[in-house]
Design a protein around this ligand. Sequence first.
Ligand code: SF4
Length: 347
Amino acid sequence: MLIQTKLISWYLKNKRTFPWRKTKDPYKIWVSEIILQQTRADTGVLYYNKFLKKFPTLNKLAKSTEQEVLKAWEGFGYYSRARNLFHTACKIFEEHGGKFPSDFKTLKSFRGIGDYTASAIVSICFNVSEGVVDGNVYRLISRIFGIRDAINLYSSKRKFKEKVNSLIKGFDPGLLNQAMMEFGALQCVPRKPKCNICPLKRVCFSYENNQTSLLPFKSEKKRIKNRFFNFIVCHNSSKETIIEKRETGIWKNLYQFPLLETKNSVKKISRVQIIDILKKYCKIEEFTLSKWNKKPIRNILSHQQIEIDFWVVKIDENLEEFIDKENLINYPMPKVLQNFREKFFLC
Ligand code: SF4
């Protein structure tokens, strides 16, 4: 039996039940693929259902605001995904009358849709023969065929894509793509792949040559950047506070407390620094200053590690442009700030 036939037959017997496997609606497949980019499938189901409840169609998403979309995405992380979903929905609505394009190149031209997502959408929804190469497929392909190219290098992408394209030719592309991804996720797993019960073991290079622990090959990881954020939480006795919209970076367009970024973790912040940070919002002279957390709070992202301290500045006066604590919940914030908001303002 061919590798492809074995994979499809294994998939039909073993696949997990997910809501996105019951539809070929390109909008829903798109949302699921974006969610699954950085999230495990079982957690992704919760967000998929929540997101589609709020934005059941592309037109509904396009007619909302970016703030509403970020609010629905709050706590889920990697917020560029939400910003891109909103931006692309607006573009499809304006330029294609809300009809999801079925053309691979057109899809790839949209913000947030790369080769992987475009291939998944066109193969699953429009029966187009484009191979989907995610981490699971890289692992499976490199083990079966003994491919030693580093899977984390851009230059290897084309080779893997060509291999997958040649495999799916002549088969149902959506079905086989999903079969390979699921096989990598459940059977040919990173550590301790289930080779003894694998239907592919007779044709698998790495099993035959005792190399499963050596493949897939990865080149050395990039260095993680360390950053140090000091949030200045200024409030009065009614717990009215100041927040600002972040203009750039991973948390772009989310809200935060005024920020002082330092080169290292600091034990103290001077009163002059506090006055300087807050001067664009208010002119304060009298205040008490304390640190809310005992140890820095670590927020680890894929390419940076952020150490966070919250500096609480208590003032007496009532000032303009303050947000009251009841209203604070309406502003989308990164998870670490949401946690602080709940503990400090909402308890
Ligand atoms: S034999 Fe092992 S390494 Fe090869 S495809 Fe099967 S699970 Fe993966």
